[in-house]
Write a protein that binds this ligand. Structure first.
Ligand SMILES: O=C(O)CCC(=O)C(=O)O
Ligand SMILES: [Fe+2]
Length: 226
């Protein structure tokens, strides 16, 4: 299931980030893919240690922590530092599944990728192609979001970025280890949270809101693993 987290950054904020990134030190992205995935990858990326990438990446993580729907949908325990990519001139990333485990830079810590995330930073009408396409058995979902919006998808899904045939697509991408590893459980937690929020908006004193909120936390206690 693909989940959109709208307006993590406003379109003005995204434009500000984009104009700084347009001047960045972009390199061939194939170097950072696994052996199989590298063959399918024709984009540019910032080096992991690029100071601009580190600065904007930290701002993204800080914003995400203050974005309730992101927290509700991903239940993050660890967020890997965002990376940055640029597709233009037919650049694409063919069908692949992301690596399962990453090293957190500068630490001995390992992070399991439960969710993959793309933060779109280019406005969709400024480029052709560049859709993120994820396959779930027989169904295929295709997404291209406004600048500043985030796409979350299960990291075990087969996906690709379609060739960008006009303009430039700049994005941040990263992985999240969730407190709740199983996607079906995370989806149920998000639905329960959505219902509680909707009930609370109608009547915040409703005793059923208290009961359901308790149930939410008790379910999380059963399922959470750090
Ligand atoms: O650019 C994107 O939206 C996703 C990139 C991607 O799939 C990857 O780097 O593994
Ligand atoms: Fe990927």
């Amino acid at each position: 299931m693909l989940i959109e987290i709208p307006a993590v950054f406003s379109s003005e904020e995204a434009a500000g980030l984009r104009s700084r990134l347009e001047e960045a030190n972009w390199r061939d992205g194939a170097g950072t893919a696994g052996h199989v995935a590298a063959r399918a990858k024709t984009n540019l990326q910032l080096a992991d240690a690029d100071p601009l990438g580190l600065e904007i990446g930290a701002a993204i993580v800080e914003r995400l922590a203050a974005t309730p729907r992101f927290v509700a949908a991903s239940l993050p325990v660890r967020i890997l530092p965002p990376r940055f990519n640029l597709y233009a001139g037919g650049g694409a990333y063919g069908r692949h599944i992301d690596s399962a485990v990453f090293s957190a830079p500068g630490t001995r810590e390992r992070v399991r990728s439960d969710l993959s995330a793309t933060l779109f930073l280019s406005e969709p009408e400024t480029y052709d192609g560049g859709e993120l396409v994820a396959e779930f058995g027989m169904t295929r979902e295709q997404v291209k979001l406004p600048a500043g919006h985030l796409l979350l998808y299960p990291a075990n899904s087969l996906h690709q970025v379609m060739p960008v045939t006009r303009g430039t697509r700049i994005a941040a991408f990263f992985w999240i280890q969730s407190l709740v590893r199983e996607q079906v459980r995370r989806t149920m937690m998000l639905e329960l949270d959505d219902s509680i929020q909707a009930l609370a908006a109608r009547d915040s004193n409703d005793p059923e809101v208290v009961r359901l909120t308790g149930l939410y936390h008790n379910l999380l206690r059963e399922w959470a693993a750090t």
